[in-house]
Design a binder for this molecule. Structure first.
Ligand SMILES: [Zn+2]
Length: 412
């Protein structure tokens, strides 16, 4: 095989800093919600960089942007890598953007070295990954992969009253050079680089995380039903206070699900007391328990335990438990994991196998094409926060692994 070229670490870093200014916040983070003016401006800036290199743009009906460097074999399926440009409302500079710019850097490196690949190289920017404006997240990629019908996505109404389909139209209007792309395209491989969004790589001194899977999640709606009463009139002995019992339920479930290995993620992210009035004994509490774990068996066991035990933890109130969402853990393709591991070893980057705590666009694709992810460390594991930070050398290492893997898979 031809020697693989070195990426341009300075170019990559200065691009990361340029994109951080698009929708940049005074706190040092970014705010780019799906299809808002800042997110569209980031797409436009990326398109300008791509066009300057002679790459071609296409946009699918779900708002996913593809940037293509042709291969030598007409009709060969492309090797695709990318991530997203949208952010949380108070997001960081590297979540998503790093994966996008790593793929661009890989393609520019191939261009600089005038390398010919049999397969085309493509960068993808998935639409609405964060789900912070339009729910659910990973929506553009879900539509592309056939997991969500296009019409359903286009009709989604955002928190601000905006409509997803109008967002796609606004993006298309800002990218007149982009020809239409079909949904459900076939890829020779799909790769995604991302910051870890957790502390393991930094703690272990590794530079590259080869992601073996995205952990699964099981969400349970738990409703505690008591009885509303006058807070001055009703004696404690006669009350059925839903709030007091809900606390017992939360405490008891936290105890039941205690995990000495510290792998389980157990969160009551939503807790709503009704009627939430100062002089009324709470009659009802609705809460959502979010369980995440890399093992499907463990998620099933713990969720079933919640169903079985929740009622017994309440003293006087009725407790109803219902499953509200389920994503099985997703395993990435062994051959792609090996490609990443080889690339890291050749370059001398310390690596480890790691699982992904958060969901990512790549999760829809292992059943459709060889798929994999690489992580780089983020400072103190902080993400979805303006303080999100990475070491420039780690960013360069991640982009180098993506470049090497893309070129290897696209066949020089
Ligand atoms: Zn992300």
């Amino acid at each position: 095989m031809t020697a693989l070229p070195q990426i341009d670490a300075d170019r990559l870093w200065s691009r990361l800093m340029d994109f951080a200014r698009i929708g940049g916040t005074p706190e040092g983070g970014v705010r780019r919600l799906a299809f808002d003016p800042a997110e569209i401006a980031a797409h436009r800036h990326l398109a300008d960089l791509a066009l300057a290199r002679g790459f071609a743009l296409t946009l699918d009906p779900a708002g996913n942007l593809f940037i293509r460097r042709e291969g030598t074999e007409p009709g060969a399926a492309p090797v695709v890598s990318g991530s997203h440009l949208d952010s949380q409302p108070s997001g960081g500079r590297f979540d998503g953007t790093f994966g996008v710019l790593a793929a661009l850097e890989a393609m520019e490196t191939a261009q600089d070295a005038a390398l010919l690949t049999r397969r085309p190289l493509e960068l993808v920017v998935w639409a609405n990954e964060e789900g912070s404006r339009f729910r659910p997240g990973c929506l553009g990629s879900a539509v592309h992969a056939g997991e969500t019908p296009l019409a359903e996505a286009l009709a989604v109404v955002g928190d601000d009253g905006g409509i997803y389909g109008e967002g796609v139209a606004a993006l298309a209007a800002a990218l007149p050079e982009a020809a239409p792309a079909a949904l459900g395209r076939s890829f020779a491989a799909l790769l995604e680089a991302h910051i870890e969004q957790g502390p393991l790589l930094e703690a272990g001194g590794q530079v590259i995380g080869v992601v073996d899977r995205v952990q699964g999640h099981r969400r349970l709606d738990i409703c505690v039903i008591g009885r509303e009463d006058h807070s001055g009139g009703a004696p404690l002995s006669l009350r059925r206070d839903a709030f007091v019992d809900a606390i017992e339920v939360c405490r008891g479930l936290a105890e039941l699900c205690r995990d000495e290995t510290d792998v389980l993620r157990f969160t009551f992210g939503r807790f709503v007391v009704s009627p939430n009035a100062v002089s009324v004994v709470p009659g009802r509490v609705d809460m959502v328990l979010d369980l995440r774990h890399p093992s499907q068996e463990e998620l099933i066991r713990l969720g079933d335990l919640v169903h079985a035990k929740a009622q017994g933890l309440a003293r006087l109130c009725e407790v109803r438990v219902a499953d509200s969402s389920w994503h099985a853990p997703v395993a990435f393709t062994p051959a792609i994991r090996e490609t990443f591991a080889r690339a890291a070893d050749r370059r001398g980057y310390p690596r480890r196998e790691i699982y992904s705590g958060g969901g990512h666009d790549a999760r829809w694709f292992p059943g459709r094409c060889p798929t994999g992810m690489v992580f780089i460390p983020c400072e103190k594991g902080v993400s979805h926060h303006p303080a999100e930070n990475v070491d420039p050398a780690h960013a360069a290492a991640g982009a180098q692994v993506i470049a090497d893997a893309m070129l290897e898979l696209a066949e020089l």
